[in-house]
Ligand binder design. Sequence first.
Ligand code: ZN
Length: 148
Amino acid sequence: MELESLYQEVILDHYKHPANKKLSPDYTAQVHHVNTSCGDEITLNLSLKDGLISQVSWEGVGCSISQASTSIMTDLMIGKNTESALSVLGEFTSLMQSKGLAKGDELVLEDAVALAGVSKFPARIKCALLGWMAFKDAISQSVTQQEK
Ligand code: ZN
């Protein structure tokens, strides 16, 4: 119970004070993702430099879960290399698929463990994953560009 209200506070805090929510003019890939089932929308700019995620910035509208989750994700990803970023993304995706059974590893997911409870509500999972899927898309676009 106490843990749940703490988690709600983390989500609310990210919703009210979102991290990196201002599109940076420099980016290696820009993506726009929507979650039609809820009306959430985000645009995400990613900068990849020498295999490192140097910047993730975004703009968006939608429910508190989608906006807070995107904010948490950007905080987590900036400064990581693509390999560890994708492994964190994998951890979060399995947390969301856990149907409320997993708690998430706080050492890996940090504030994102606050979203663990969302996995009990199938309709909200897409909200929580929106920013992460946009990020994944932006990574693969950046990597493809660099291979050209
Ligand atoms: Zn939503």
